[in-house]
Write a protein that binds this ligand. Structure first.
Ligand SMILES: Nc1ncnc2c1ncn2[C@@H]1O[C@H](COP(=O)(O)OP(=O)(O)OP(=O)(O)O)[C@@H](O)[C@H]1O
Length: 235
């Protein structure tokens, strides 16, 4: 399809022994599109994001960005091409300042600190503070900011809400939406707060035991919680 940014076809993801955890995963993402990747604990969402980011070897299938294939298991190549992961543990340099965390990730001729801080004004006031001293919400902003300063084409966000109060999540998710709209970055959002995720997503995919059991426009799924619940239960 014209204009497709990311195309995953038949992706198998998992660990080297045994059956793949995620099987035959398909995804098509347009620029600026947000897809919520939902599903119960252990469904394989983190495994899939890590595989797309090249941090785990891909066990099958293909991934293409702008129509050009990306090899599996090559994290540097994936990041250079623009597939950037925001991991659920945030992986910040806790002893370093906010400014250093951001500038270390910056690319030559890439986005500037100010461009990134435009999305997270609260961080602008905390530039000299060590990342480990920030609140959970600020740390998550920093993790997102550090991904943004790498000029991603596709952001893979794993449980942004991990350890955060719902009120903070309600503030952060619309920022993710704005990032997608303003920069054309496509987003895959793994999120346990299903209702909040569906509010900001265009599409949603439900993964259960590694299989895609439901996929469709987010608004339709938000309007039919019973359907979503049945999918989670594997019915
Ligand atoms: N390092 C590992 N080696 C082998 N199996 C693993 C490893 N990490 C996770 N798994 C298995 O892969 C499956 C999927 O786990 P994964 O963390 O991807 O699910 P998830 O959908 O992200 O769940 P959660 O919402 O709990 O994070 C689980 O059965 C888990 O036990």
């Amino acid at each position: 399809m014209t204009g497709e940014l990311l195309t995953c076809e038949g992706v198998d993801a998992g660990y080297t022994t045994g059956r793949p955890v995620v099987r035959a995963f398909d995804l098509k993402l347009l620029p600026g599109e947000v897809t919520a990747l939902l599903g119960p604990n252990g469904a394989g969402k983190t495994t899939l994001l890590m595989t797309l980011a090249g941090l785990l070897p891909r066990l099958g299938g293909s991934v293409a960005l702008d129509g050009r294939q990306i090899r599996g298991g090559r994290a540097r190549e994936a990041a250079r091409r623009g597939l950037v992961l925001v991991p659920d543990d945030r992986s910040l340099f806790t002893q370093l300042t906010v400014r250093d965390n951001l500038t270390l990730a910056r690319r030559r001729h890439g986005s500037t600190l100010d461009q990134v801080l435009d999305f997270f004004p609260a961080l602008g006031k905390r530039l000299k503070v060590a990342a480990g001293m920030l609140s959970g919400g600020e740390q998550q902003m920093l993790a997102l900011g550090r991904a943004m300063i790498q000029d991603p084409r596709v952001l893979l966000i794993d449980e942004l809400s991990m350890g955060l109060a719902p009120v903070i999540v309600e503030e952060l998710l619309p920022v993710v939406r704005r990032i997608a709209e303003d920069t054309g970055t496509a987003v895959v959002l793994v999120e346990q707060h299903v209702r909040l995720a569906l509010e900001v997503a265009d599409r949603a995919i439900v993964l259960v035991h590694g299989e895609t059991v439901l996929s469709g426009p987010a608004a339709g799924l938000a309007a039919d919680p019973g359907r979503l619940e049945r999918a989670y239960l594997g019915e």
